[in-house]
Design a protein around this ligand. Structure first.
Ligand code: NAI
Length: 716
């Protein structure tokens, strides 16, 4: 059975329905390419009898895009063959585009990446009115570029300036936004209406050519050599570099393909695009990003570390204790996904204040026309703000997000548990206290688990699920279901001080502070963090977290280690933190003074006294940026390996996804463990040992790393 159904009607309209056998979605794989080849030959043979062509899909989505399984495997050696294959497929699409007859895309479902590029190659795009349908070219988010003509057709359609954000940020648009952006032509109310509109277009345009194939075509918004555009394009690469920090080749190649392609005819532009596409495909960053953001994320979404054999649960009523910053966010994210929420605080006033957080977020959506007033009211009606424990009656799950205080957490656990349905789950959102310890207050420790959300909850996609010593597999599986039900990504970790994310994140912050103590200039430290690909520098984040909180966490950890008979090994950063807080009263951002000054007007700036207190001019002059970047990436990767070694982490997928979505570990690396793999386990180990010799044993390669290095075996 061909992947493209060929139906020539008595009205001489040819409908090409893409329906790849044995696949839930259409992708650009060998079967598709063969079918396209066959279809184009047939069209050429039948051309005299064809008035127009409608391209549509039999799947729920229109077309899912390139086949990442194929793309991921392409090596440097088969780069040329890949380029030839892409050019041949593009030539087929081009043959339809230039056949002289009108070609209409009837987009019945989401069309992203290669799928949307098929639509762009048509003369007219009609989309079904469905607000869950998405359109766009998100290849950049996987380190790739739209290699099916997207970087050439989109600028020719809407101009370079308008095309850049869609191409370089990979924005996905709903039908109404896509219409406004000029990348589709019509919205249809029903599938029948869509086909009727397609026929009407064909009737009205018996001969069709793309604007760029017509004589005298001018690029909308101005060609690259137009003085106004040329001026913008001169500074654009520098601005882009500032954004990508030189870590992400894809946006740079996209810009190059679009600008260079716009200066030649379409067909030569298309060849330029393919060359850049192949360069990215064989490059390491695209391998890292597709490996993690596609394959590993899909593995997690398909069940990841969820124990097998437990029936999937749908949660109906969730209690949230504490309507502060985290509780309010958890309530919002839960109610937003159709679950009833009981939001409890010590007073009704505090609970209502927590609920008003949802109201603010939803009102913003309404004002941006992303939501109707009715939908907003419906979501809000699901949140019951209360000060009464009795209202928790019948909850399937209760999540506590009260102050970080073991005694208080024990008290609320004992109060809330009896209200849960039989076999209900009690979860703690603690950021530091071991789950096994908190579970001591529970009558059913097998039903007790950690659900560690990140702030701001509505934006942060990750939830770290922490399994205590007594937590049952069934509870873990059901907690996993809840996290997926609210649309977040679950990574599973075993109980440990700081769990996974906080523990690794701490090494990043401490390393930056340690550099300051060594005499490195603070702006070099911040810069190194950003250039390594972290979202913010380590000194900025120390101020955000607050140095007093860091002191508190440390003293708690020290107590635990000593209580267990161990010896506390002080980190070199501790003395700097104490000096900042105790000697200089600089606790962080909330206190208005930390490593930065926070003027009431204007931007924050580094506290000038840091230079006098810490900077060693000789050291500051000699410091190598690459060494600082290495330290930042290595220390976190080494700690992540330790987490795997100690069984805190169960899988490499959880490690990579958790490090990027929870800590902001540089996405270009594909995650902390992928960084080790791509560096080469042996080379990484040698470099770690070198860093240990200079900076101390925190860099010493753990045994698991040594074992992998010895066998030159990447982590899988
Ligand atoms: P918060 O101070 O904003 O809110 C705590 C809320 O708990 C307050 O509204 C308080 O009135 C309420 N509360 C106190 N006793 C209560 C009781 N008996 N019953 C019901 N409510 C009660 O604190 P935040 O930042 O929301 O943190 C809450 C928990 O989440 C803590 O355990 C914290 O460590 C953890 N966490 C915090 C993160 C953050 O970025 N702030 C991130 C991840 C976890």
């Amino acid at each position: 059975m061909s992947a493209i159904r060929y139906e020539l009607g008595s009205d001489q309209i040819l409908t090409l329905t893409i329906d790849m056998p044995g696949q839930s979605a259409n992708t650009m794989n060998t079967a598709f390419r063969e079918a396209l080849d066959e279809t184009v030959s047939k069209v050429q043979g039948d051309l005299e009898n064809i008035r127009g062509i409608i391209v549509t899909s039999a799947k729920k989505t229109f077309f899912a895009g390139g086949d990442l399984n194929e793309i991921h495997k392409v090596t440097r050696d088969d780069g040329q063959a890949f380029e030839d294959m892409v050019n041949s497929m593009k030539a087929h699409m081009r043959a339809l585009e230039t056949c002289g007859k009108p070609v209409v895309a009837a987009i019945n479902g989401t069309a992203l990446g290669g799928g949307f590029e098929i639509a762009l190659a048509c003369h007219h795009r009609i989309v079904l009115n469905n607000n869950s349908l998405q359109l766009g070219l998100p290849e950049v988010t996987l380190g790739l570029l739209p290699g099916g003509g997207g970087t050439q057709r989109l600028p020719r359609m809407i101009g370079l300036e308008a095309a850049f954000p869609l191409l370089m940020e990979g924005k996905k648009l709903r039908p109404s936004a896509a219409l406004k952006a000029g990348i589709i032509d019509e919205i249809a109310d029903s599938p029948e209406d869509m086909m009727a509109k397609a026929r009407a277009f064909i009737d009205a345009n018996p001969k069709c050519q793309q604007p760029w194939d017509k004589k005298g075509f001018k690029l909308p918004g101005g060609a690259p050599h137009h003085p106004a555009m040329a001026q913008k394009l001169v500074i654009a690469p520098a601005m882009l570099k500032q954004k990508t920090k030189g870590c992400y080749p894809a946006p740079e190649r996209i810009m190059a393909a679009a600008v260079e392609g716009a200066q030649v005819d379409f067909d030569n532009g298309s060849l330029i695009e393919t060359r850049y596409f192949a360069e990215l495909v064989i490059g390491q960053v695209a391998k890292n990003m597709t490996g993690t953001f596609w394959f590993q994320l899909n593995d997690i979404n398909a069940g990841g570390s969820r124990p097998e054999g437990v029936e999937k649960e749908t949660f109906k009523k969730v209690g949230v204790l504490g309507a502060g910053m985290m509780g309010a966010g958890i309530a919002y994210s839960t109610a937003n996904r159709g679950i009833e929420v009981v939001l409890k605080d010590v007073s009704l006033e505090s609970a209502e204040k927590g609920k008003s957080y949802s109201e603010t977020l939803l009102a913003k959506k309404v004002s941006r026309r992303h939501m109707t007033e009715e939908k907003k009211a419906e979501i809000l009606s699901r949140i019951k703000a209360t000060d009464s424990t009795a209202d928790l009656e019948g909850c399937d799950l209760v999540i506590e997000a009260v102050f970080e205080d073991s005694e208080l957490k024990a008290k609320v656990t004992a109060e809330a548990e009896p209200k849960l349905v039989n076999n209900g789950i009690f979860a703690s959102n603690t950021s530091t206290i071991p789950i096994t310890q908190l579970a001591e207050a529970s009558a059913k420790p097998e039903n007790f688990i950690g659900l560690h959300f990140f702030s701001p909850v509505d934006k942060m996609m990750l939830v770290e699920i922490i399994v205590g010593e007594k937590t049952s597999d069934e509870t873990l599986a059901r907690a996993f279901d809840y996290v997926q039900q609210i649309g977040k990504i679950p990574v599973v970790v075993n109980d440990s001080r700081g769990f996974f994310t906080s523990r690794v994140f701490g090494t990043f912050v401490n390393e930056g502070i340690t550099m300051l103590g060594e005499g490195v200039h603070p702006s070099s430290i911040e810069n190194a963090g950003l250039l390594a690909g972290m979202p913010v520098g380590p000194l900025t984040i120390s101020d955000e977290v607050s140095m007093t909180l860091m002191q508190h966490v440390r003293s708690q950890s020290k107590k635990d280690v000593e209580a267990a008979g161990g010896t506390w090994n002080p980190h070199p950063a501790e003395a700097i933190i104490d000096q900042m807080v105790i000697e200089h009263g600089r606790k962080g951002k909330a206190a208005g003074a930390g490593f930065y000054e926070y003027p009431t007007k204007g931007k924050k700036y580094l506290w000038p006294e840091l230079e006098t207190l810490f900077v060693d001019n000789e050291k500051a002059r000699d410091v190598k940026l690459q060494e600082l970047k290495d330290r930042i990436l290595f220390i976190q990767a080494i700690e992540t390996v330790r987490c795997l070694e100690e069984g805190v982490l169960r899988t490499v997928e959880d490690a990579n996804i958790g490090s990027i979505f929870g800590i902001g570990y540089a996405p270009w690396t594909g995650g902390a463990i992928q960084f080790v793999n791509q560096y080469g386990v042996r080379a990484f180990t040698e470099r770690a040992q070198e860093l240990a010799n200079i900076y101390g044993e925190r860099f010493t390669p753990p045994a698991l790393l040594l074992a992998h290095a010895e066998q030159e075996k990447p982590f899988t």
